[in-house]
Design a protein around this ligand. Structure first.
Ligand SMILES: Cc1ncc(C[n+]2csc(CCOP(=O)(O)OP(=O)(O)O)c2C)c(N)n1
Length: 566
């Protein structure tokens, strides 16, 4: 990492958008760095190749796509996997300068690469280079490669690039056999030393491993700062407040962070001139210009990957995915790349990016635009998951998310954007992992987040009128989870209902219930109740849609049943 090698990838093609993102970082920062992405013919048939080539092209990025076409992807020959086995020809379709070079001729590859780097430095990038070569063995040590035609193998073995380079050095550069052997011996010695170093190093401890790798499911911040009830704190404080909408609060958070830190930039579909589908990014283009407020094509996987690459190389990208439903397209970049990078780089790398998206049902957008998918990300070690429910929380949490060293999945709710709430005039942040008691109470703890908080608060008022004093706990961030706040509340009220919009099966509510029953079972006076979405897609039909997620009356009736049953 220190030398500029940001890593290889176990996911074929996964590194392509990351490389493009590294170059995007250069574009935002300025400077003459060029990114070279190495990949092979198999990767060129992955969708992210097409997206990445196009993205690099439309932003004129300084990227050399170095396609080492060794003509096999495991057992698949390139001519069977593509109608156009001269893969450099694909560049034309994206308006990208592209060349083929003899991949077995080291000097030719060197020269073409230098030219391509130069082209990028002159602002004419990207460049696609196809280095045509051949695999000298099966795909891995136990693959004899019997499917590779013998004559072809012989042809290429005779043109082994290492042998050709060796004879070139002797013929044209006055090297002797002895010089070359000395280099080879030096390389072998260094490899052996590295192996010995690995063998002789201490095994890592399990504790150190977990400490370093996990984004932390349990918040400790709470022990340092006692529970803050933001509703109360803000009402009682001297801080100047004004009422703004959630979408304005989010906008302010980004504006302030972009002003404070030049590394922050935002990307997404229609976020620049249009200001985003929910008007969250309105005005930012005028203020920060097109290099820091970037409209993207409909290439979710790759522009998310660009965020990962930009973050790895020191930027602070905020990537917007219009609907959480579309994050199905970005799973690799989040789950295998962003969440794993710190771990796979031995703790040296960081991916300080924010993935802003919105979810939830309630305005007839049906099955592919209404889901609550936080559990997908909650499940992945290495990610933080934030779900604000008020304007105050949205602003303070987004600012913290942008400053965080971990990738943060920041999930907004589509029904809350226009909700108004008090937000301080002055700068503030909210620590990730610190929940909020939205309504203090003594009889029952109602845990809810995102869109369910408002509904749960309304239910709590209805219950109060009927003599049940509910405490509403909003964890605000699901990872890290403020479990102490939940446990403390349950120890006091001895009753717990968890209200979750997402489908019940495999949801976060089940995990919270299991934590509470493990750690506060003796305090419970009744079984924990989970009120969650039905295990169905969200229907278009308004009545069915309403019936699929917890309603205010459902919350009231579950709580009443809990008390009547005793
Ligand atoms: C997304 C994905 N699909 C499948 C695999 C399994 N796999 C590992 S290597 C490989 C072949 C890759 O071929 P190519 O890109 O040509 O690279 P080469 O091995 O020839 O260098 C495959 C399919 C994987 N790692 N990732």
């Amino acid at each position: 990492i220190e030398t500029g090698n940001i890593g290889a990838n176990g996911i074929v093609g996964g590194g392509l958008p990351i490389g493009v993102g590294a170059a995007m970082g250069t574009r935002v920062r300025g400077g003459d760095q060029v990114t070279v992405i190495y990949f092979s013919d198999g990767a060129s048939n992955n969708g992210v190749f097409a997206e990445s080539l196009n993205l690099a092209a439309i932003y004129d990025l300084p990227v050399v796509f170095m396609l080492e076409n060794n003509q096999y992807a495991v057992t698949s020959p390139v001519e069977e996997m593509s109608r156009v086995p001269d893969l450099y020809k694909r560049g034309a379709g994206y308006g990208v300068e592209a060349h083929q070079v003899d991949g077995n001729d080291v000097l030719a590859v060197y020269e073409k690469t230098c030219e391509a780097v130069d082209t990028c430095r002159r602002g004419k990038g990207p460049v696609l280079l196809e280095a045509k070569t051949y695999r000298h063995s099966g795909h891995h040590v136990n693959d004899p490669g019997a499917y590779m035609p013998k004559e072809r193998m012989e042809y290429y073995l005779a043109r082994d690039p290492v042998k050709i380079a060796r004879s070139n050095l002797i013929e044209h550069a006055r090297y002797t056999d002895g010089d070359i052997e000395a280099v080879e011996q030096d390389v072998n010695r260094r490899m052996e030393e590295a192996i010995e170093f690995g063998k002789n190093s201490a095994q890592p401890s399990v504790e150190a491993f977990i400490e370093e790798v996990a984004a932390g499911r349990v918040c400790t911040a709470h022990h340092l700062a006692p529970a803050v009830c933001s509703a109360h704190a803000t009402a009682n404080s001297d801080v100047e407040m004004r009422e703004i909408m959630v979408r304005e609060a989010l906008n302010e958070a980004m504006r302030e962070e972009m002003t404070r830190d030049e590394r922050v930039f935002i990307m997404g579909e229609g976020i620049a001139q249009r200001g985003g589908s929910y008007k969250v990014t309105v005005g930012l283009l005028d203020e920060f210009g097109p290099k820091r407020v970037v409209d993207t094509p409909i290439s979710e996987a790759s522009f998310t990957g660009m965020g990962v690459g930009a973050a790895i190389t020191g930027m602070r990208p905020v990537v917007e995915i219009l609907f959480i439903d579309f994050t199905s397209l970005i799973i690799d970049q989040i789950v295998n790349q962003a969440a794993k990078y710190r771990f796979m780089s031995g703790g040296r790398g960081r991916v300080p990016m924010v993935l802003r998206t919105q979810g939830g049902s309630g305005n007839g957008l049906a099955a592919q635009h209404s889901q609550s998918l936080e559990a997908w990300y909650y499940h992945i070690p290495g990610l933080k998951v934030v779900m604000p429910s008020t304007a105050y929380d949205a602003k303070g949490l987004l600012k913290s998310a942008i400053r965080d060293e971990y990738p943060v999945i920041f999930i907004e709710h589509k029904l809350l954007y226009m909700d108004k709430g008090p937000v301080p005039e002055t700068d503030y942040t909210i620590e990730l992992g610190v929940g909020d008691i939205k309504r203090p109470g003594s009889d029952v703890t109602l845990v809810a987040w995102s869109g369910m908080v408002k509904r749960t608060l309304a239910a709590a008022e209805e219950l109060a009128a009927q003599g049940i004093d509910a405490e509403v706990v909003d964890p605000r961030t699901l990872v890290p989870l403020d479990k102490e706040m939940i446990l403390e509340s349950v120890r006091k009220t001895e009753h717990l209902v968890i209200v979750q919009e997402a489908v019940r099966r495999g949801g976060v509510a089940s995990d919270i219930a299991s934590i509470v029953q493990e750690e506060a079972f003796d305090y419970l006076d009744a079984p924990i109740k989970i009120l969650a979405g039905k295990n169905t897609p969200i229907p278009f039909n308004v009545n069915l849609e309403k019936a699929c997620v917890p309603r205010q009356e459902d919350i009231v009736s579950v709580v009443k049943q809990m008390f009547n049953a005793q």
